[in-house]
Design a protein around this ligand. Structure first.
Ligand SMILES: [Zn+2]
Length: 259
């Protein structure tokens, strides 16, 4: 997500090995294509795992999707029931790829606004372990979002995780200018369509008109979603709102697009 998501090429995580060594004892760069490639850190609380897995089950239609006892995301053996084919293909591609995707709880972090992905580096060298990306999710930020129900269903930690996985797996780019949703969100919007949900109309959030005249301690912003109405083919618009003073603006402060 723009407000969050910048693929930080030059920055590294240096503490992977100490926290993950046990979980990855059986994972090598030459693992079989079916080896699990998405894992959460031990510090991701059970309630967060449950929340994230439930959201990913709803999106993928994989009723058996869950985090196993070692934190690996398992897709389950049940066939899909509804959900997004594109989301299933993205997760399957992640599992077939060589990169390890590590989900981390960044709730309360001033640097993470909703979610972002960083390149990881194994402490003491890779030692034959696979390349790693760290997907940071600020669950608290999502709890600050208000707005239309149709838009809320299309914007949660599960959608944020898929956005970051899309970056890591397909190297899709985010939008560079206002009015564009970007290649990464275009892929995520395809998933939303397949789920019958509203699509994110823009990558950039914008200040709520007139909000700057209110309480100076708040900084309300909004993000548009749209969905086609079968009745008349016109697209209906839905809005999400949040106080950017609570979620933070990350390193992109001052770059919030204005209309
Ligand atoms: Zn992004």
């Amino acid at each position: 997500m723009r407000e969050s998501c910048r693929r930080v090429k030059g920055r590294v995580f240096t503490c992977l090995a100490c926290l993950l060594v046990c979980a990855f004892a059986g994972v090598s760069a030459n693992a079989e294509p079916s080896a699990p490639r998405i894992v959460c850190r031990a510090t991701l609380a059970e309630a967060r795992r449950t929340e994230l897995a439930a959201q990913l089950r709803a999106i993928t239609g994989w009723a058996g999707l869950h985090f196993d006892g070692e934190g690996f995301l398992r897709f389950g053996s049940a066939g899909p029931a509804g959900g997004s084919q594109s989301a299933r293909e993205l997760l399957a591609a992640a599992e077939a790829g060589e990169n390890l995707l590590i989900i981390e709880d960044a709730s309360g972090s001033a640097d993470v606004v909703f979610s972002r992905v960083l390149e990881g580096r194994w402490k003491g060298g890779s030692g034959g372990r696979p390349p790693a990306y760290v997907i940071q999710i600020d669950f608290k930020d999502f709890s600050h979002v208000m707005g239309d129900r149709a838009a809320l269903a299309a914007f949660n930690a599960g959608w944020g995780a898929l956005h970051e996985i899309e970056h890591a797996v397909n190297d899709s780019a985010d939008a560079q200018r206002p009015g564009d949703s970007g290649a990464c969100e275009a892929a995520i919007n395809r998933m939303r369509r397949e789920c019958g949900l509203a699509e994110r109309a823009e990558y950039f959030y914008t200040p709520v008109p007139g909000a700057e005249r209110g309480d100076f301690k708040t900084r309300y912003v909004r993000l548009a979603f749209t969905q086609a109405r079968p009745s008349d083919k016109r697209r209906r618009q839905y809005w999400l709102y949040w106080d950017a003073a609570l979620t933070g603006v990350g390193a992109d402060a001052g770059q919030v697009a204005s209309r």
